[in-house]
Design a protein around this ligand. Structure first.
Ligand code: MF3
Ligand code: CO
Length: 251
């Protein structure tokens, strides 16, 4: 039994347009992620960029979320609220952006190094992005979603890191969060069969130490239980007859 929403090509095109604005906004955020920059200033400039391109920030007001972006520093996993915190050399900063335009959402995230960061932090960023790409490459029409989850978990754990269990990726389209849930862990045989027209937001969250997390008193910011670093990369991806197509790219 499946209630997955499959998108027509014209709908995928609209998601692509929203996701491209997300990718541009992430490029902007990456250029701003330097020592001395406050996270609220990144949020402000990203919001301005989205609006200039005719979009609306998907996250602003979502279940009461108070900002346009999620900006998560160091041991913060996801859903950090931009504020007066100033980035320092050696931080890693995850920026997650959603754009709604013409009835469709795009959603993507990257984690940036602020100035020079230590080699283990750099390796965490590399492995998390690689895990995302391996998960995407595992997509084939007629194959199960578990192939994606399994590919991500396998790469992360082979590198000695851990995958967050409490949060997952999701279908995306007219709503920011649609079925199916996209876990970053689990057996290859699990989950629904992937069909052309399915659009997914795949988003591994990878910890240096334990996979366990908790939410701060602000009721949004998710942090690692052991205080060690966490990284997050996300793409909006369409399943096509020929395999995966990443929509959250500028090119
Ligand atoms: N990309 C995240 C997600 O898909 C961020 C959304 S959290 C929000 O869940 F509440 F700020 F929207
Ligand atoms: Co998402």
């Amino acid at each position: 039994m499946s209630t997955l929403v499959l998108k027509r090509p014209d709908e995928v095109e609209l998601i692509r347009e929203s996701a491209r604005i997300v990718a541009e906004a992430l490029d902007l955020a990456g250029s701003l992620a330097r020592p001395g920059m406050a996270t609220a200033e990144i949020d402000r400039q990203v919001k301005a960029h989205i609006e200039e391109r005719g979009g609306v920030p998907s996250f602003l007001g979502y279940h009461g979320y108070p900002a346009s972006t999620c900006i998560s520093v160091n041991e913060q996993v996801v859903h950090g609220i931009p504020n007066g915190r100033v980035l320092r050399e050696g931080d890693i900063v995850g920026v997650d952006i959603g754009v709604y335009r013409k009835g469709y959402h795009g959603d993507a995230a990257r984690t940036f190094a602020v100035g020079e960061v230590d080699p283990e932090a750099r390796r965490l960023l590399r492995v998390t992005e690689e895990a995302l790409l391996r998960g995407i490459e595992a997509i084939r029409p007629g194959g199960r979603l578990g192939l994606v989850s399994h590919a991500i978990q396998r790469h992360v754990e082979a590198e000695g890191f851990s995958v967050v269990r409490d949060l997952v990726g999701h279908g995306i389209g007219r709503k920011l969060h649609e079925d199916p849930q996209v876990p970053n862990f689990g057996p290859a045989e699990a989950g629904p069969v992937l069909r052309p027209g399915l659009v997914l937001a795949i988003e591994p969250m990878v910890n240096q130490g334990t996979w366990e997390v908790y939410t701060l008193e602000d009721r949004w910011t998710v942090v690692t239980k052991d205080g060690r670093l966490s990284a997050h990369f996300e793409h909006t991806v369409a399943v096509t007859e020929n395999g995966p197509e990443i929509l959250s790219r500028t090119a």
